[in-house]
Design a protein around this ligand. Structure first.
Ligand code: PLP
Length: 380
C-alpha cells in the first residue's frame, strides 16, 4: 500500500457491530468479561482501548515500524523512551532540540542518574568521537528546531549500530509523509502528534513507533505501568487528522518554498534557514532522506535587536504569534523567548540561536496572502 492510501486505510476497519465507517470513540474505562479472564482482548482502558489501538496500527504502518504506542503528549512519549534506559546510562542528543525535550532530560532524568550531553550532529565522525562507554541512546531531531539543520540518518544509524546504541529520532518536524527514520536504521521514532499528525491545533498527543517487536513490548509495558495514556477522543482526533496528512503537508511545503524565497530576497532579512535551498549546508542530505523540505522556515532580521523581532511578531495578522507548529494555520514564533526560553541564554547563543531568530510554521492558506502579511509586518 502506498503512503497516501495508508493514511486513510491502515489499521482502520468498519465497526463490526454497526458498520460505522469511522472508528468509534470507545469512551469506556473497562470491559465486561464473560467470566474471570474470559474477555475479548480488552480488560481495562489504561491497558487497551480500541480507538487507541486503531491509531497505533495506523502509525506503525506510516513509519514502517513493528508497532506504535500512544501517549497523552509528545513529552509523555519521550518519558517512556528514556525509561528504557537505566541509571548511569547516557543520552547523546542533538544540541539544537525542542526546549521541552532538553528540560525533561536535564531536570527530570538528570536527577535520576541518566546523564545527557548535547552536540551538533551534522558531522557523523564527530558523533563517533563523542561516544562514551555508558552512552546508550542517540536522541536525534532532524530537521532541528529551530535552526533547521539536517542530521544524516543513514550515517548516524550506521555508527549507532557499530557501537550497539539505540537511536530515537524525533520526527515531529518532518512528519512521516516526508521522512521515515526506521528505513535508515533508527530503532524508535517519536512524534508529538500535537503537530502535523493531528494537524488542526485541537489536540495534545504523542506516539513512539518501534522498529522491533522487543522494543514495542518494552514500550507497551511502560505505557501500562506508568499510565500516561491518551484519551479515546484525542486518539480519534489524531486519526482524523492523519487522513489528510499527505494533502496538508504537501501544500504547506509548497507554501514554505515560496515564503522562504520571498524572505531570501527581502532587504531587511539577513539570513533564511530552510533546507530546501541549494545553499543550505545539508541540502544534499535533506534531499536524500526527505521527500520534501518541510514547512518550517526560520529567518533573522538585518542588524536586528530583540525589539525588532518582537515588532514583527506583533505586526502579523494571518500568522498568529503562538507556540506549536504543524497546524493548517500559519504560526510565527520567537524561539528565544517562547519555545526555547527554558534553555539558558549562553547555551542558546552558543548553539547559534540568536535573540532575533524568527520561526515560521507555514500553514495551508493562500501563499500570496501569507507573503503579503509577512511583507507588511517586516516593513522596509
Ligand atoms: C512539541 C514538540 C514536542 C513535545 O510534544 P508535546 O505534544 O507538546 O508534549 C517534542 N518534540 C518536538 C520537535 C516538538 O515540536
Amino acid at each position: 500500500m502506498k503512503f497516501n492510501t495508508k493514511v486513510i486505510h491502515s489499521g482502520v476497519h468498519p465497526d463490526p457491530s454497526t458498520g460505522a465507517i469511522m472508528t468509534p470513540i470507545f469512551q469506556t474505562s473497562t470491559y465486561v468479561q464473560d467470566g474471570p479472564g474470559n474477555h475479548k482482548g480488552f480488560e481495562y482502558a489504561r491497558t487497551q482501548n480500541p480507538t487507541r489501538q486503531v491509531l497505533e496500527e495506523n502509525l506503525a504502518s506510516l513509519e514502517n515500524g513493528f508497532g506504535a504506542v500512544c501517549f497523552g503528549s509528545g513529552l509523555a512519549a519521550m518519558d517512556a523512551v528514556i525509561k528504557l534506559l537505566q541509571s548511569g546510562d547516557e543520552v547523546l542528543a542533538t544540541n539544537d532540540l525542542y526546549g521541552g525535550s532538553y528540560r525533561q532530560l536535564v531536570r527530570v532524568f538528570g536527577k535520576l542518574g541518566i546523564q545527557s550531553r548535547y552536540i551538533p550532529m551534522q558531522d557523523a565522525a564527530d558523533i563517533e568521537r563523542q561516544i562514551r562507554p555508558n552512552t546508550r541512546l542517540l536522541w536525534i531531531e532532524t530537521p532541528t528546531n529551530p535552526l533547521l539543520n539536517i542530521v544524516d540518518l543513514d550515517a548516524v544509524c550506521t555508527i549507532a549500530r557499530n557501537h550497539g546504541l539505540l537511536v530515537c529520532v524525533d520526527n515531529t518536524f518532518a512528519s512521516p509523509y516526508l521522512q521515515n527514520p526506521i528505513d535508515f536504521g533508527a530503532d524508535l521514532v517519536l512524534h508529538s502528534a500535537t503537530k502535523y499528525l493531528g494537524g488542526h491545533s485541537d489536540v495534545v498527543h504523542g506516539a513512539v513507533v518501534a522498529k522491533s517487536r522487543e522494543l514495542h513490548e518494552q514500550l507497551k509495558f511502560l505505557q501500562n505501568a506508568c499510565g500516561a495514556v491518551p484519551g479515546p477522543m484525542d486518539c480519534f482526533l489524531v486519526l482524523r487528522g492523519i487522513k489528510t496528512l499527505h494533502l496538508r503537508v504537501e501544500r504547506a511545503c509548497e507554501n514554505a518554498i515560496q515564503i522562504a524565497s520571498y524572505l531570501e530576497g527581502h532587504p531587511r532579512v539577513s539570513r533564511v534557514l530552510y533546507p530546501g535551498f541549494e545553499s543550505h549546508p545539508n541540502h544534499a542530505v535533506a534531499k536524500r532522506q526527505m521527500r520534501g523540505f518541510g514547512a518550517m522556515v526560520s529567518f533573522e532580521l538585518k542588524g536586528g535587536q530583540l525589539e525588532d523581532a518582537k515588532r514583527v511578531l506583533a505586526a502579523t495578522s494571518l500568522f498568529s504569534c503562538a507556540e506549536s507548529l504543524g497546524g493548517v494555520e500559519s504560526l510565527i514564533g520567537h524561539p528565544a523567548t517562547m519555545t526555547h526560553a527554558s534553555i539558558p541564554r549562553e547555551e542558546r547563543i552558543a548553539n547559534g540561536l540568536s535573540d532575533t531568530l524568527i520561526r515560521l510554521s507555514v500553514g495551508v492558506e493562500d501563499a500570496g496572502d501569507l507573503i503579503e502579511d509577512l511583507g507588511q509586518a517586516i516593513g522596509g
